[in-house]
Ligand binder design. Structure first.
Ligand SMILES: O=P(O)(O)OC[C@H]1O[C@H](O[C@H]2O[C@H](CO)[C@@H](O)[C@H](O)[C@H]2O)[C@H](O)[C@@H](O)[C@@H]1O
Length: 366
């Protein structure tokens, strides 16, 4: 990796700074077109009541929208497949358009950003066993040798670091609220803009564990600067009640917000910081703030990754790649269907870099 010897001190964004107004939190990432239509990109943050209202007006329930956030293969009809084909025309496969992507990368410094769950590791029922394969680890290792690389995850930084198991990378945990550079460089970047929320998050974690313990399958995950309440193993008949339980707890904490991911509710500090801000922060730390010759590539599958895709669109620079097997409203330009395709794309990128570097080395002088 290059440009890693950047020192940035811990950032201090005051608790409560830039708090969105009431009724702001919780993004509902609905998959099917009806729900997606009701929840436009402008509505990334909704509270659960608003999300439920949007889902109702689209003719589906809050639970249906939650189900659609992570559909199973068996739930797909022929019409769904047609819809997906049409969607892929708008968000073409990064594999089939590899040459186009390689063309865009020519003469530019690629910086890689990758989400973890659903991008580098397949979605599984138990979040504690969402391991990535050795083959994927090897691919990410090669990527990190070729380009500055960051993993940007909703997980606690230490946990995602232990899952990935590679040291020469930047890790941005807790949805970008906990950023650290490679461990080989003790002076490398550190950014924790929500540190004053730690006691509150711990308190809410304990309360949520207590309140949800009577719901079979419910799991509360402590991601340090944020929390996840998992619905995946909960009987769907209990989803509304569990959602209400979470909402009731969070009502007592106006400085926290609730967002929705893939069969998960996420509780986060209401600060103006997300994966998009983390991407900008890392680009700046790496010395690429005002560079026209940098090409950030962000690969992610979740609603929270949209904040990063949006930043790339706004900058008019870089490539957003959404990992999805079904149509989703997205600011990403390209798509990949699953972690297997992500791995194939990463390997092609490494190979392309290797070939283009060696052709530069042997180019005769004129
Ligand atoms: O930003 P990410 O790295 O994608 O993290 C988002 C959430 O990912 C994890 O939950 C998701 O993956 C689990 C394991 O496959 C799955 O069981 C769960 O249903 C998914 O929502 C993680 O456990 C959460 O804490 C993250 O917020």
């Amino acid at each position: 990796m290059t440009n890693q010897d950047v020192v940035v001190s811990e950032m201090g964004i005051a608790a409560g700074a830039g708090l969105p107004g009431p009724g702001s939190p919780a993004g509902l990432f609905a998959c099917r077109s009806a729900a997606a239509g009701a929840m436009s990109m402008r509505q990334t943050y909704l509270d659960l009541a608003a999300a439920a209202a949007a889902a109702r007006s689209a003719g589906c329930t809050w639970a249906e929208a939650m189900r659609a956030s992570s559909p199973t293969r068996s739930s797909r009809s022929a019409a769904d497949v047609d819809e997906f084909t049409a969607w892929v025309r708008k968000h073409p496969s990064a594999l089939s358009k590899f040459e186009e992507i390689a063309g865009k990368s020519k003469g530019k410094k690629i910086v890689m950003f990758m989400d973890y769950d659903g991008t580098l590791s397949p979605i599984v029922a138990d979040p504690d066993t969402a391991y990535m394969s050795d083959a994927m680890r090897a691919a990410v290792r090669e990527v990190a040798k070729s380009f500055p690389t960051a993993i940007v995850s909703g997980r606690c930084r230490d946990k995602v670091r232990s899952f990935v198991g590679l040291s020469d990378l930047y890790y941005a945990g807790s949805h970008g609220m906990d950023i650290k550079g490679p461990s080989s460089n003790p002076e490398s970047v550190l950014c924790q803009p929500a540190s004053e929320f730690l006691p509150m998050i711990d308190e809410v974690y304990k309360t949520l564990v207590e309140k949800t313990k009577s719901t079979p399958g419910a799991k509360v995950e402590n991601n340090k600067f944020c929390l996840s309440v998992h619905f995946r193993c909960v009987d769907e008949k209990r989803w509304n009640a569990l959602g209400e339980q979470v909402k009731t707890v969070i009502k007592e904490y106006p400085k926290l917000k609730l967002t929705q991911g893939r069969k998960v509710l996420e509780i986060r500090p209401s600060i103006k910081w997300d994966k998009g801000k983390a991407l900008e922060f890392l680009l700046e730390s790496l010395g690429f703030a005002n560079c026209s010759d940098v090409l950030p590539v962000y690969i992610g599958d979740d609603r929270t990754d949209e904040d990063a895709f949006k930043v790339l669109r706004k900058r008019g620079q870089g490539l957003g790649i959404l990992v999805s097997k079904c149509p989703k409203e997205t600011n990403a330009s390209y798509s990949l269907q699953d972690p297997t395709e992500v791995m194939e794309f990463l390997l092609r990128l490494v190979e392309w870099k290797r070939k283009s570097s060696s052709s530069l080395m042997i180019r005769p002088r004129v």
